[in-house]
Design a protein around this ligand. Structure first.
Ligand SMILES: [Zn+2]
Length: 425
């Protein structure tokens, strides 16, 4: 099946921007990119985008799909500090999930991601009373929606030693079963340094396949930093490094409370740093130091599925000052996605057709030099006009095209009832 998206402003976000451009999509790939009159041809369905701005499908570098059904859920106790936010909301929620509510949380979160043009999600999963096979329930939601994902289960000491072993096994099982998969792969999920004893860290280091990257909350709150110092390390990155867990493909979320040695390790090893500005503001944990960390991608940390909205928040939180915003949103994500899915992450011929068509028609001059401002003030983090993953049009003009939204919403509604009943017991 082939079709053409034409009469559009097409950009990969960092190296090219073409006006009156078109994309031919064929057999799940981008077959051709060029001027509309060159690409348009008889017999192939043509979508006239009427001047809309077309972007690569976006990356959410750190998500918690398990939290997608928590909107408006009241914590069970005070949330005055970071530890209380975890204990009285997130940890209580993840202990209330079963295999079915894991699936519906993931599906709900992915539906929202699609609406905002996100086609790749790096998820960090927790469901402490259902560990084994839990990642498969998320995988089903990814397969149904067509999105790409890196999945992991967050290992934490909070449920005891036996649970740590089961969490470790779930990560390794999923990783081994999905090596080289073109849509879903596994990582080693760690909650954070401060919830992992030296004994647990050693066990993870011993059992982790050497080429399996980690995904961890790193220096999110000062408590994480203090824990590492109390355990004889310079900080959270240094502790990961000391256990042999840090490498170029490590996903480090937050990176706010770090030591000089931690920054030096990030500079030399170059792991993937994911900043989550809306979550950090919400939890009042501080902001990542962008004078020390220049190369990063954005995540939502479970707050929303909206990455362009997150970029806009970052812009406002930093009083209009972000260095190299197009690198953060496009160049670096393309590079990171291609480590796992070599033919994805950008708009190029023969690459996977993962595409976000904004519902924005630029009426003022647009170029790579001012694209960022068109995104912040024009697109504004609104829902997309069209979202395409692996060549399939998932979302168009406010409707899901491959999923029965009404039926899903009804099932989700029932899952929410079950989840909230357990949560409040
Ligand atoms: Zn997180």
């Amino acid at each position: 099946m082939s079709y053409i998206l034409g009469n559009a402003v097409i950009t990969d976000g960092y190296s090219t921007l073409m006006k009156n451009g078109a994309l031919e999509i064929s057999d799940r790939k981008i077959a051709k990119i060029g001027k509309t009159e060159q690409v348009k041809k008889k017999g192939v369905k043509f979508y006239d985008l009427k001047g809309r701005l077309v972007l690569p499908g976006l990356l959410n570098g750190h998500h918690h799909l398990y939290s997608a059904l928590a909107t408006g859920l009241a914590p069970i106790g005070p949330t005055e500090n970071f530890q209380q936010i975890l204990e009285n909301l997130w940890w209580h929620l993840d202990q209330s999930l079963d295999i079915e509510t894991c699936y519906y949380s993931a599906l709900s979160g992915l539906l929202q991601s699609i609406q905002f043009g996100v086609t790749t999600v790096f998820d960090h999963h927790a469901s402490m009373n259902v560990i084994s096979q839990s990642l498969n329930s998320l995988k089903i939601a990814f397969l149904e929606t067509n999105l790409k994902g890196l999945l992991c289960y967050e290992i934490s000491d909070r449920m005891g030693k036996e649970a740590v072993k089961e969490q470790l096994e779930e990560n390794i099982r999923f990783y081994e079963e999905h090596k080289g998969n073109s849509q879903i792969q596994g990582l080693m999920g760690l909650h954070a340094n401060f919830t992992l004893s030296n004994e647990s860290m050693s066990l993870i280091a011993q059992q982790k396949p050497s080429d399996m990257p980690i995904h961890i909350h790193c220096g999110e709150d000062k408590a994480d930093f203090d824990f590492c110092v109390a355990h004889g390390k310079a900080g959270p990155v240094d502790r990961l490094h000391a256990f042999g867990l840090l490498d170029r493909n490590s996903l480090l979320a937050h990176c706010i409370h770090l030591s000089e040695k931690d920054y030096d390790l990030i500079t030399s090893v170059k792991p993937v740093v994911i900043s989550n500005p809306e979550s950090n503001a919400n939890n009042n944990v501080g902001m990542m130091n962008t004078d020390r960390i220049h190369d990063y991608v954005l995540g939502t940390d479970g707050m929303t599925g909206n990455i362009l909205g997150t970029l806009r928040s970052l812009f406002l939180l930093r009083n209009g000052k972000i260095e190299n915003p197009l690198d953060i949103l496009f160049r670096r994500p393309a590079n990171v996605i291609q480590r796992f899915f070599p033919q994805a992450g950008t708009l190029k011929e023969r690459f996977d057709a993962d595409i976000a068509v904004t519902d924005y028609v630029p009426v003022t001059p647009i170029s790579l030099d001012n694209l960022f401002y068109h995104l912040i003030f024009g697109v504004q983090g609104q829902k997309m006009y069209m979202t395409i993953a692996n060549g399939t049009i998932l979302w168009e003009k406010g409707e899901f095209k491959t999923l029965n939204e009404g039926k899903i919403r009804q099932e989700v509604h029932e899952a929410v009832h079950k989840l909230y009943t357990v949560y409040h017991e």
